[in-house]
Structure formats: structure tokens, C-alpha cells
Design a protein around this ligand. Structure first.
Ligand code: NAD
Length: 261
């Protein structure tokens, strides 16, 4: 077992990627707390997989403080923090048509929420001298997106925040590790929605829209949540104990740009 008896706190834990990672961590011996704004789905999933569920809006710092204190009092500590909570925003609008309210919402959930998680949990890990934080960014932080600019900016922010926290967390030789994971296009509700929107804009069916979206990816197909869960498991486990401040792409090679030569 890769994460025996470790305590993991996962935000956005009822989503496509979060639920799969929660299952993988439990299978490998961790005690898992999943948190999400979606209480109904969270309660049902927790019952099904043997996790604990807390209702949690990651944009609320007070909730972070209460829930982290509750996790430590109920489970003794937090060894692993995985921050999946995120939204895609309005993907039909380019940068010039993005409403400021939508910009603020995407930044609040994807970036400020991740900052609050680091701010609340990392000091606890530093006191213990050990821990692993896994921030879920996106492959868009290595690419350009003229479309959902708020999403791209939020995820690039998560990548940089991760490096800042990694350096601060290692003060005094602490082995508190902080890394970011950058999925490409993985089959979940989020990318089903993106493909449905693309199909509508292009006037084609969803299979054609998906084929067009994935044509720039060497593997040509969407990844599956388990592909991300396997990477999260590696970063959560002691197998990655000398790894910090790094950005891991899990994208079927999508970030590679072939010169065509
Ligand atoms: N699926 C992909 O291809 C892909 C690619 C790159 C990055 N990501 C990132 O991975 C993460 C998970 O994506 P997913 O595909 O599982 O999406 P998802 O929509 O299935 O899951 C996101 C979860 O976040 C929760 N959430 C939304 N707002 C919240 C808030 N304010 N507080 C707490 N929870 C909140 C949702 O309820 C949902 O359960 C996101 O951050 C996403 O940006 C996904």
C-alpha cells in the first residue's frame, strides 16, 4: 500500500477527477476526507467509498479554518492536501467579452481557493515537518488560450503559487512538498461540457467536435480520470519524497508542439 494510514484532504472531491483520486488513495490505505460545495453528491460518494465528507466552499477562508481544525481533531493530522475544486467559467466568451463577475468567480475558486488551502494547511504540515500538497492546475498554463482567459490565468497562477509555497514550506529543511499537476483533456463533466459547447459553436456533432479538439494531442484521445489519479498517488506517497516545486503534465503529450520538420 502506497499511502498507508496517511490522512488526505481533497477539495472538489465529488468531481470527475477528485472522486477517482479519492478512490485510489483509499485503495492504497489512506483515510480520505472529501470536501465539495455539492453536499448531496459528496454524502453519497463518501458513503459508497468509505470516505468522510465535509461541505466546503473553497472561496471562504473561515470555512477552511473550521474544516482543517475539524479534520485535525477527528483524524489527528493532514498528511496530504489535494486541491481539485475548480470551474471552467464561461467558455463561450473570449477575453474581450468575459464579464468581470465571471472573471472574479473563476479566480476566486481556482486561484484564491487554492491559496487559502495552502495558507491554512501548510503551516500545520510545517509544524509536523512533513506533508504533500498537490495543486491541480491545467495544461493551459503551458499554452495560450484566447478563449477562456480567466481559466488560463487562474491555472497559470496556481502553477506559480505552487512554486512560492514550495520554497516557503521547505524553510528549515522541512520535508513539506508542494507540486502542481497539469491535466490535458480528461473525460469528466467539465470536458463533456466544453465539447458540447464546441459542437454547438461549430455546428457539428459532439464526436466531431471531440475529434477536432484532440487533433492537436499526440495521443488523439481524451485521458481518463485514473490517469490523473495515478500521478496524484505518486505525489501523495513517499515515492516522491525528494520532489517539490515541480509541475507535472498528464496530457497525452498535448503540450508538445511538433515543428513538422
Ligand atoms: N477534466 C479535465 O480535463 C481537466 C483538465 C485540466 C484541469 N482540470 C482541473 O481539475 C479539477 C477537477 O476537474 P474535473 O474535471 O473533475 O471537474 P468537475 O466539474 O467534475 O469537478 C470540479 C468539482 O469542484 C467543485 N467545486 C466547484 N466550485 C467549488 C467551490 N467554490 N468550493 C468547493 N468545491 C467547488 C464542483 O462541485 C465539482 O465537484 C479542476 O480544478 C479543473 O480545472 C480538469
Amino acid at each position: 500500500m502506497k499511502v498507508s494510514n496517511k490522512v488526505a484532504f481533497l477539495t472538489g472531491g465529488t468531481g470527475g477527477l477528485g472522486a477517482e483520486a479519492a478512490r485510489a488513495l483509499i485503495r492504497e490505505g489512506a483515510k480520505v476526507i472529501i470536501t465539495d460545495v455539492n453536499e448531496e453528491a459528496g454524502t453519497a460518494l463518501a458513503r459508497q467509498i468509505g470516505a468522510t465528507f465535509y461541505k466546503h466552499d473553497v472561496t471562504d477562508l473561515n470555512q477552511w479554518q473550521e474544516l482543517v481544525a475539524r479534520a485535525i481533531s477527528e483524524h489527528g493530522r493532514i498528511d496530504i492536501l489535494v486541491q481539485f475544486a475548480g470551474i471552467e467559467g464561461d467558455i463561450t466568451k473570449d477575453v474581450f467579452h468575459t464579464e468581470p463577475s465571471m472573471w472574479n468567480k473563476v479566480i476566486a475558486i481556482n486561484l484564491t481557493g487554492t491559496f487559502y488551502g495552502c495558507r491554512t494547511v501548510v503551516p500545520h504540515m510545517m509544524e509536523r515537518g512533513t506533508g504533500s500538497v498537490i495543486n491541480i492546475s491545467s495544461i493551459v498554463s503551458f499554452m495560450t488560450t484566447a478563449g477562456p482567459a480567466a481559466y488560463g490565468a487562474s491555472k497559470a497562477g496556481v502553477q506559480h503559487l505552487t512554486t512560492s509555497v514550495a520554497v516557503a514550506a521547505s524553510k528549515g529543511g522541512n520535508r513539506v512538498r508542494v507540486n502542481s499537476v497539469h491535466p490535458g483533456v480528461i473525460k469528466t463533466r467539465m470536458t463533456d461540457n466544453i465539447i458540447a459547447q464546441m459542437a454547438q459553436n461549430l455546428g457539428v456533432d459532439e464526436a466531431a467536435a471531440e475529434a477536432q479538439l484532440m487533433s492537436g494531442c499526440p495521443f488523439q484521445k481524451r485521458g481518463m480520470p485514473v490517469d490523473v489519479a495515478n500521478l496524484v498517488l505518486f505525489l501523495a506517497s513517499d515515492d516522491s519524497e525528494y520532489v517539490t516545486g515541480s509541475a507535472f503534465q498528464v496530457d497525452g503529450g498535448w503540450h508538445l508542439k511538433d515543428t513538422g520538420a
